[in-house]
Design a protein. Structure first.
Length: 685
């Protein structure tokens, strides 16, 4: 059941936002009028964005956008040359205030922490770029980042960008087979990894997994290893491994010829060493110049899983992903210079690179956290807010649902006085956890910016702008520049009923196709209706409240006796029961209805000795609230739902397990054993 808005911005709050100030510069006081202009004239809008953000160019662009190949293949900033690393770091060094401002704050699960100012981070990136250069990395080469959330992960990403090479962030939870598939398809020649990391108090040995992956990809020539665990006994493979501490030594000479010449002069060894040290200091004083890149040249490939089992390599450019991510962070979430953002994610997911570019292009700081957000205590994630004075915290609905069971133990010792915005993405909300976060944790003060888009978008399609009221679990607007609509099966706009989320115009940050597979890209997003991007989400618009709601992925939608129902609607009813922590609903073939609902629930029992049988109560709860026709065919209790590390419940995998069908690509799952548990549970029926 949809609710009325509960958060309302004051006039003073509105005036202080970057979005409102940007609108006023362009002559607008009314948000809706501004939004309409932003989608009617995308050239005007994105040109205004890059001007307001102060994006720097090695060569300025002649035209903002051209569509000679159709809206599926826009060209942005024609003639422009720049580099993402320049806009993230180097441009700030001329400003002494920003140069000494925090850029990166890291905390390990074991309590270890490190901080970097903009100038310190830039120096580390220069050193790493020099190390990559000595390994033979050039413009256009692909370098994989198979790393946990540690500072070197960000340093590596920016160093790769600075050289004009292409980074391939790989989820740190992947096993060797999944990682190898991405290394091979992308044609990676260098892999940067770590010996391991901590997760829920356990040591995860990542290097062993990296070795198994690289052993099957002959194209990889070098593996750079960060000793996160400090295991000095770990032996490196001399044929291909490089220790990060040697690879990225800041005092090392960028051009090794001087060192070679010095070593050749055996009769004057002392003098040669002195000369080499002096040259190293001189080179260190002069930052490595970023490779000027055409605006449409690739910056990174972000892989997403596919239903066919073949991951999709999304191509993102030097101007697309960084600027779109920074706009959404800066103008939608109101990230300002000096702010501090933590997003609980992994660099292999879109929100990892979003955190990097969304903060640095806005002169803000990112917080990286290595471990589990509820370890060793349930208040870990909120205690990080107080410790590091975080202003923007990004957490998934699943994370909120999982810690709600701890009650106020999650937050009672935390003031959260620095917080201005909760960010949320990854999946659909239910009202109860949304209200718990807003009312109990945020004390009715901190707005929740619900944010939905995807890897292919470089950020969001729908969001909560801080100029309009916010309703529980909803979105109050498409994001400026995103020409969103909801279509019926016939391809016509609909209101008040569920339809397909579509985009009718291109936007900056749109995927530049799939790596070496442009046909699959067009088939995936552009084949259903002419010149229309079909995103794959079911959405409904409540015109009365002005809110948009995502009800689930369109391939997850249930069609029961001809009536379409998003899984989130069923799941919201089930999780409203005080003992149900999480729920997932799927549609399965049914002789009578065509399709019937089958649900899976995680139950919280305060007293494990008490037997609770909800097999009759829960189906009846659905029937009472949604109608008898939607009563689930079966409800199963499980210990866990299969999820990716960023909290998405993979209903596709649940459905395949229930039906005994091939599961497709499960490499993004954090707990694949949950799929097998469902398969065994339902096969016994």
């Amino acid at each position: 059941m949809r609710q009325n808005p509960v958060w309302h911005p004051t006039k003073e709050t509105i005036k202080q936002t970057r979005l409102f100030q940007f609108m006023q510069k362009l002559g607008y006081d009314d948000y809706d009028a501004f939004y309409e202009r932003s989608i009617a004239d995308i050239s005007w809008f994105w040109d205004a964005v890059v001007q307001d953000m102060g994006i720097v160019w090695e060569r300025g662009y002649d035209q903002t956008v051209e569509l000679v190949r159709g809206i599926q293949w826009p060209n942005w900033f024609i003639g422009g040359r720049t580099n993402a690393a320049t806009n993230a770091l180097d441009r700030w060094l001329a400003d002494p205030v920003t140069a000494e401002r925090q850029a990166l704050i890291w905390e390990g699960e074991d309590g270890t922490s490190r901080c970097f100012t903009y100038s310190e981070l830039a120096a580390e990136v220069n050193a790493a770029a020099g190390g990559l250069k000595r390994l033979g990395v050039h413009k256009g080469d692909r370098v994989a980042i198979y790393m946990p959330m540690i500072p070197e992960t960000v340093i590596a990403m920016l160093a790769i960008a600075k050289l004009g090479a292409i980074s391939i962030p790989i989820y740190s939870g992947y096993r060797a087979e999944a990682a190898a598939k991405r290394l091979a398809v992308a044609g990676c020649t260098v892999v940067i990894t770590a010996d391991g990391f901590y997760r829920k108090g356990k040591i995860i040995v990542l290097k062993e997994e990296a070795d198994r992956a690289v052993d099957t990809v002959p194209l990889v020539q070098h593996v750079v290893v960060v000793r996160r665990l400090g295991d000095a006994s770990m032996l490196l493979r001399q044929d291909r491994d490089v220790d990060w501490s040697e690879f990225a030594r800041r005092q090392e000479v960028v051009d090794s010829e001087a060192v070679a010449d010095a070593e050749a002069e055996a009769e004057a060894e002392a003098e040669a060493e002195a000369e080499a040290e002096a040259e190293a200091e001189s080179l260190q004083a002069e930052p490595l110049q970023a490779e000027p890149m055409d605006s449409e040249e690739p910056l990174m490939l972000l892989y997403t899983s596919g239903t066919t089992g073949v991951p999709k390599g999304i191509i993102h450019t030097h101007t697309g992903f960084p600027i779109k991510a920074a706009f959404d962070a800066g103008y939608v979430m109101d990230v300002r210079p000096g702010d501090v953002m933590l997003w609980v994610t992994d660099m292999g997911w879109m929100m990892g690179p979003f955190l990097v570019y969304g903060t640095l292009l806005n002169g803000a700081a990112m917080v990286l956290y290595e471990g589990a957000p509820d370890y060793p205590m349930p208040n870990r994630v909120f205690s990080l807010v107080d410790k590091h004075r975080i202003t923007h915290l990004g957490i998934s609905p699943t994370l909120v649902r999982s810690i709600m069971k701890y009650g106020d133990a999650c937050y009672r010792d935390c003031t959260l006085s620095s917080m201005r915005v909760f960010g949320s993405t990854g999946e659909t909300w239910n009202d109860e956890p949304w209200l718990w976060l807003y009312e109990q944790v945020g004390k009715y003060r901190v707005p929740i910016v619900n944010y939905s888009g995807g890897t292919e978008i470089s950020g969001g399609i729908l969001g909560n702008v801080l100029l309009k009221p916010i309703a529980p679990a909803g979105f109050n607007s498409p994001i400026p520049g995103m020409d969103a609509d909801v279509y019926s099966h016939e391809g016509k706009p609909v209101r008040g009923e569920v339809g397909e989320l579509v985009l009718k115009s291109p936007w900056l940050g749109m995927a530049s196709g799939f790596w070496q597979d442009p046909a699959r890209y067009e088939q995936t997003y552009w084949s259903r209706w002419p010149d229309t991007w079909v995103h794959g989400d079911w959405v409904t618009i409540d015109d009365n409240a002005g809110s948009w709601y995502i009800t689930g992925r369109s391939d997850d939608t249930l069609n029961i006796a001809g009536k379409r129902l998003g899984p989130a609607e069923l799941e919201s009813v089930l999780t409203a029961h005080p003992l149900v922590v999480e729920a997932a609903a799927i549609g399965v073939p049914d002789d009578t209805k065509g399709e019937a609902a089958v649900c899976f629930v995680v139950i919280h029992r305060p007293d494990a000795s008490v037997i609770v049988d909800l097999s009759h109560e829960l189906p009846q709860l659905v029937a009472d609230q949604l109608g008898k026709g939607f009563k689930p065919k079966a409800i199963y209790e499980v210990e866990a739902l299969p999820k990716t590390r960023n909290g998405k419940v993979m209903r596709r995998a649940i459905k395949a397990a229930y039906l005994g069908a091939p599961p497709g690509d499960l490499s993004t799952l954090e707990n694949p054993d949950a799929v097998e548990a469902i398969r065994h549970l339902t096969s016994d029926d």
